[in-house]
Design a protein around this ligand. Structure first.
Ligand code: MFK
Ligand code: FAD
Length: 502
């Protein structure tokens, strides 16, 4: 049988192992408390939480339609580890930190750093957290008053027994990208000011949520609705059960059988009179849910770079344990070149993502200049679409660096690849986000692109004071005039590019 057994790659404290993250935070985060919190959390992730994440993967959710006596119950059974993730998320303030603003304008960077450490070990619990954060943001931007004040306090609490997660039910059979034309769900007004929703939501993730935000068309007295995006309004609904034990106004049709994200339930839901409150003005549904899209797209980007970082960390560790052709992998220049390329991609992605988190924090704490606001609007879709693609390439390369073991299920490595494949699909596909970029360029008459140009110029100016960066600055500086030219042309042509794509 042989006596050799390969040592496995070991996950060490992902905060302490990440020199780039620590260096970035040391430069920017004023709070020592935040720093030690991240360090302690990193320890917990490596020694405790990572195993729960694995448990979520090997014990996927299942749907129980009926109780033993034949009554319809639609019970989504999740693993004990998935439930522990919910409590942990509240205790660790994974949503709360963004709203407590303990670190002022850097609070989002602090929160997202914590999620970045957590994400690859979270058993995809970062998905409900992203939507929960997005829902809290929408409620806050609309105004935290009845009926959503209680919901807001539950979404942002640190008390596990009060903590709620939210869903984001947008996609229907006809359209996930084009929800404006694809949404058939109608909202029938009741005499008490509430509405009843009737329709079919085709993808609803982390469906064990306590509440949701969703889109529907308000019916007038004749039963007519307004077509297109202008007919959509934003609704808030709680997911609850009646005295008979059945879900109020919801039937879970089935759980999706997915390539990845298997740790969490993604359901098809029949809304059959779901009681709901209208949150937006009539016809302002898409514009009102846009804040949620901004937040979830930033979470998506954090998850993408976190997956890259995790595979790079594990591959680096493995290179110190695996021998080939008489020496450790770390002593093979070609192997190390491959890992170095992955490292460079990961670093670039990290810095871009953190810059977007920084801009979000500035906007939310009232510190944003107009330039910051333009940059946030432009870079959110850009960073989401770019890192979604990068993550698939880097994680795929990462699996190869373990040789055959990278393909073996119970090493816990293949799940990394399965789970990044979705990052370019949900929350807006790559092409849909490209069009979003064009739209925001066109609608701002090119202002967002000019803001980007100004930003690049100021980054270059600050880099030029560092002597070791001088050759790189000189090289990029040469390309600056081309960038300016591109900005002018793209800003003018964006409307016609949009027409071409339509
Ligand atoms: C680990 C991380 C996990 C993350 C969570 C994952 C779980 C959830 C998974 C999901 O996938 S949830 C569903 C996500 N669905 C999408 O992302 C939809 C993708 N499609 C789009 O984004 C389309 O571009 C869009 C639906 C927005 C197009 O709709 P419209 O109505 O044709 O858009 P239009 O006319 O451009 O914009 C309507 C209004 O919204 C405008 O405001 P005004 O009326 O005031 O001018 C726009 O400015 C505003 N708007 C649209 N996109 C915006 C935006 N505002 C800010 N930011 C944006 N991105
Ligand atoms: P389509 O819109 O039909 O797109 C098909 C293709 O056409 C794509 O490649 C797209 O890029 C392209 N395309 C579409 N329009 C254009 C255009 N104008 N120009 C160029 N190309 C275009 N949705 C929710 O609402 N809530 C959830 O919780 C949720 N969870 C999900 C979980 C998983 C695991 C997955 C896979 C999806 C989930 N979704 C959820 C749905 C997801 O948001 C949609 O699948 C996504 O937005 C794409 O919509 P679609 O599937 O209708 O594809």
């Amino acid at each position: 049988i042989g006596s050799f057994f390969q040592d496995r790659p070991v996950l060490k404290n992902p905060f302490l192992e990440d020199a780039l993250l620590r260096g970035y935070l040391r430069r920017h985060l004023p709070e020592e408390a935040a720093f030690s919190d991240l360090c302690a959390f990193g320890e917990r992730v490596a020694n405790e939480v990572d195993e729960w994440g694995r448990e979520c993967e090997v014990t996927p959710p299942r749907l129980v339609y009926f109780d033993p006596w034949g009554r319809r119950v639609d019970h989504i059974v999740t693993s004990p580890a998935w439930k522990r993730m919910k409590d942990l998320s509240a205790q660790e303030g994974l949503v709360a930190i963004g709203y407590e603003r303990q670190c002022g304008e850097w609070s989002r960077v602090y929160q997202m750093s914590k999620l970045y450490i957590f994400s690859p070990s979270s058993g995809l619990y970062t998905c409900p957290l992203a939507m929960t954060d997005g829902a809290a943001k929408v409620i806050k931007s609309i105004g935290v008053s009845w009926p959503v004040e209680e919901a807001f306090s539950r979404l942002t609490t640190r008390q596990p027994e009060r903590f709620w997660t939210s869903g984001q039910w947008m996609t229907e059979r006809q359209g996930g990208s084009d929800v404006g034309h694809g949404t058939e769900t109608v909202a029938v007004p009741r005499t008490d000011g509430l509405y009843k929703l009737h329709g079919f939501k085709w993808f609803t993730s982390a469906t064990d949520a306590d509440m949701t935000l969703t889109l529907a068309r308000v019916q007038d007295r004749m039963g007519a609705t307004t077509p297109g995006s202008r007919g959509l309004s934003l609704f808030y609904a709680e997911v609850s059960r009646g005295e008979d034990g059945r879900l109020r106004g919801i039937e879970v049709q089935r759980l999706k059988d997915k390539l990845g994200t298997r740790q969490m339930p993604t359901a098809e839901l029949l809304l059959d009179g779901l009681p709901a409150h209208k949150l937006s003005e009539e016809g302002r549904g898409v514009a009102s849910i846009a804040n949620m899209l901004t937040i979830t797209r930033i979470h998506n980007s954090v998850s993408a770079v976190a997956a890259m970082r995790r595979v790079v960390q594990l591959a680096g560790d493995y290179a110190t344990r695996r021998t080939a052709f008489g020496k450790l992998l770390k002593d093979h220049p070609l192997h190390m070149q491959t890992l170095a390329r992955m490292e460079v991609e990961t670093r670039g992605a990290f810095l871009l993502v953190m810059d977007v988190c920084r801009l979000l924090g500035r906007e939310e704490s009232g510190m944003a200049t107009q330039l910051d606001t333009h940059l946030l609007r432009l870079l959110t879709p850009v960073v989401k679409l770019y890192t979604g693609k990068q993550a698939v390439a880097v994680v795929s390369e990462g699996l190869e660096s373990f040789g055959g073991q990278g393909y073996i299920e119970d090493t816990g490595l293949p799940v990394l690849l399965r789970d990044v494949q979705v990052l370019s699909i949900w929350e807006g596909t790559t092409n849909v986000l490209s069009l979003d970029v064009l739209r925001c360029v066109a609608r701002s008459s090119g202002m967002v692109l000019r803001a980007y140009f100004t930003h690049v110029k100021s980054l270059l100016a600050s880099a030029s004071s560092v002597s070791s960066l001088a050759p790189a600055v000189k090289a990029v500086d040469g390309a600056l005039s081309k960038l300016e030219e591109f900005v002018q042309v793209a800003a003018t042509r964006a409307p016609s590019y949009l027409e071409l794509a339509a």
